[in-house]
Each structure stands twice: as structure tokens, then as C-alpha cells.
Write a protein that binds this ligand. Structure first.
Ligand SMILES: [Zn+2]
Length: 384
């Protein structure tokens, strides 16, 4: 079987003869051709999609040395079919894969780390390394990678003999059987790879790092290249534009403006809490000191305020158990506090009776009840 994608990765259309077509899983057919330009999933690069005559190629995978096209229609063995790749998608995969080699090559050169995981998703490409990369160094290597893109360096493909391979220095050196393809970016990287690549680095367009997290003792870097990177950055730009309008701030002042708003908000919260404190103190004066349970109903309080009022009431001994409930829709949010009864046990009992959720410490519990006010009141009185 002829692999046209290796001869020339830019083959978008071709004619091939159907050698086999068998019924597979989920109503799909598995088609084998005498030659194909469809790249089968491998080495982190997704399989190609497209058309074989009227049949949609949903995925392409390699099995037992054969390229299997998963189609939605039966294709008669012996007939010639016209194949058309979803070229935009495949070219974006080439941009991403080649960009990955550039960045990985630079990281390998700098740190000696290996790429231990590579995945090309629809939203981002992730690369895992078996060591820690400093963010400042990654930023510098990202710039370097884009300079290599601009320099329009060729990607060279070779298939050295076993003896030649033994003498060679390259990434992903494993005991591989059969032909090993070596992708060389002169001065940047030499790597064994089964994927499809652009002919020159300029076609990658842009290499954009999107983030880095610690992962399995090393790091996972997410990135995008070419058109997918452009779309992502376009989306960010749109969001920044919308934020700028919402905040009535210039784009370059957005962070400053949000930080300022956050500060102002915190200040308002503090003022509001002080007001609530004063209001709750006045409210608490209205309740006599008692060794009986006390249930208080409020409306639209935040959980922090419910807790604030509850704490104040039980600390002032306005009840052996104090439950403050605040209605929000058809739910009551509650805080239950006591210095004599275990609130962990108490809240568990009440949750069971009142379709409730939540818990807490022996002094205070918080959660929600889905019950009528009367039911809450009698359940508290019966169990406190
Ligand atoms: Zn590769």
C-alpha cells in the first residue's frame, strides 16, 4: 500500500482502488485502499477525515500495517474511488505538529528533557516533559521558536538504515522495528516521527504557548500553532474588547481597572458587614436569654451573615440551640449554633427530617433545608 502522505504531505486529492471494505462497529465501514493520502492517527497526530467518493471518512487509523479508513458508507472492492482530504484540518495538524517539534527541540536542547506525552486536541496541543521548565525560560524559548518560524528553515525527512540510526543522535530513540523516519530541522531538532510535517518552518505561522502546569514530576505545556493559534488569539482579542466596553476602560488599563474595582468591592463588603453587625446587635437585644431552642427566620442573607447572626445569638445565650434560617427561593439556608449541644449530630438529624444538606463542627453547622418554616421550627424544638 502506497502512503502518499509520506511521499508528499501536500496531496489533497487522489484516486485509489478499494482493496477491502468490511463492516465495522457502530455502523461504520473499514476501507483499505491500494494507496492513500489519508494520514492514520499516530505519534500524537489525529487521523485524517474527508471523502472517498460519497462516503465520509470519519477517522483514519493504522492496524497491522494497514491504513484503515472508517467510512459511513460501503465502497465496492475493486472500484476506483476519489479521495478528498479535509485539507484545512490536516494542514492545521501539520502546522501544530511541526511547531511542536520546534518548541520541543528547543526545550530538549536547553534542558535535555524528553517529550513524554503529546496530544493534539481540537482546543489545544499539550506536550509533557519529564522535568521542570522555568516560566521565564519558556517565554524566552517561545520567542526563539517564533524566530525559527520566521527564518523559514526546511524540515528534512530521511529514512536512515539501522546502522546509520545507531550512530545518530536524535529524540525518541527507541528500539523500533521497520523503517524509522527522521525529521530534521537543521540546527534545531532531530527526531524520529511518523507524522506529517510542513516543508519549511515559515508555514507554521506562529507558535503560541497558552499555559504550563506541573504534571507528574515534570510539566505539561499547552500551545497552539498556525491558524488555530490565530483563532484563539482572535477570541481573546474579542473578549478584551468586550471587557473594555463593560469596564469603560482602555484595553491596556483592564487589569488595573479590575484590580481597582475588586479593592472597592472589598471595602464595600467591609462597610456592609459593619452595618449588618450593628443591625444584628439591635436584633439580638430583642431576644431574651433562654435555655430553650430559638429559631429565627430572615430573608436574602448571605451565608456569612447567617453565620454572623447565629454566632451572636448563641454566644449571648439567647437559646441552648440557635438556628437562623434565610429564605432564598423555595430553600432555606441555615446556620445552627450551640455551646451545649453537638451541632454535627444535630444538623445530621435535621437534614434527615427536613430534606437538608450540609454539616460543620460541634459548635456550628451550615447548610440548606427544603421544607416549610413550620416544619423547621417543630423539628428544631423536638431535637434540641
Ligand atoms: Zn512528531
Amino acid at each position: 500500500m502506497e502512503r502518499l502522505y509520506y511521499k508528499l504531505p501536500y496531496v489533497k486529492e487522489f484516486d485509489g482502488t478499494v482493496k477491502e471494505c468490511r463492516e465495522g462497529k457502530k455502523g461504520r465501514y473499514e476501507v483499505i485502499l491500494d494507496k492513500t493520502a489519508f494520514f492514520p492517527e499516530g505519534g500524537g497526530q489525529p487521523g485524517d477525515t474527508g471523502l472517498l467518493d460519497q462516503a465520509r471518512v470519519l477517522d483514519t487509523k493504522e492496524k497491522d500495517g494497514q491504513v484503515i479508513h472508517f467510512t459511513d458508507k460501503f465502497l465496492e472492492p475493486g472500484t476506483t474511488v476519489h479521495g478528498v482530504l479535509d485539507w484545512e484540518k490536516r494542514f492545521e495538524n501539520m502546522q501544530g505538529h511541526s511547531g511542536e517539534h520546534i518548541l520541543t527541540g528547543l526545550i530538549h536542547k536547553t534542558y535535555g528533557y524528553d517529550n513524554v506525552g503529546f496530544h493534539m486536541g481540537s482546543e489545544e496541543i499539550t506536550i509533557d516533559f519529564n522535568g521542570v521548565v522555568e516560566p521565564e525560560m519558556l517565554a524566552a524559548l517561545e520567542v526563539e521558536a517564533n524566530k525559527i518560524v520566521s527564518a523559514n528553515i526546511p524540515f528534512l525527512v530521511s529514512c536512515p538504515s539501522k546502522e546509520e540510526l545507531e550512530q545518530m543522535e536524535y529524540r525518541s530513540k527507541k528500539e523500533l522495528t521497520g523503517e524509522v523516519r527522521i525529521i530534521t530541522i537543521p540546527g534545531v531538532d532531530v527526531c524520529a516521527c511518523c507524522g506529517t510535517h510542513v516543508e519549511r518552518s515559515g508555514e507554521v505561522g506562529i507558535i503560541k504557548v497558552l499555559g504550563m502546569i506541573n504534571y507528574k514530576g515534570g510539566v505539561r505545556i499547552s500551545m497552539l500553532c498556525g491558524m488555530p493559534a490565530f483563532r484563539k488569539l482572535n477570541g481573546y482579542e474579542k473578549q478584551i474588547g468586550e471587557l473594555s466596553v463593560l469596564l469603560s476602560a482602555k484595553q491596556e488599563k483592564i487589569v488595573e481597572t479590575v484590580a481597582k474595582l475588586k479593592g472597592e468591592n472589598q471595602e464595600k463588603d467591609m462597610k456592609l458587614n459593619k452595618l449588618y453587625q450593628t443591625m444584628f446587635e439591635t436584633k439580638a437585644e430583642g431576644y431574651p436569654v433562654s435555655s430553650q431552642p430559638l429559631v429565627v427566620f430572615e430573608k436574602d442573607l448571605e451565608p456569612v451573615q447567617i453565620r454572623q447572626l447565629c454566632t451572636m445569638l448563641y454566644e449571648k445565650n439567647k437559646g441552648n440551640v440557635v438556628v437562623v434560617c434565610s429564605q432564598k427561593g423555595d430553600t432555606f439556608q441555615y446556620a445552627a449554633g450551640s455551646s451545649s449541644v453537638d451541632m454535627k449530630v444535630f444538623s445530621k438529624t435535621l437534614n434527615g427530617l427536613l430534606n437538608g444538606r450540609g454539616g460543620g463542627s460541634s459548635l456550628m453547622a451550615q447548610g440548606t433545608f427544603q421544607a416549610e418554616a413550620e416544619a423547621i421550627e417543630s423539628a428544631v424544638k423536638a431535637n434540641a
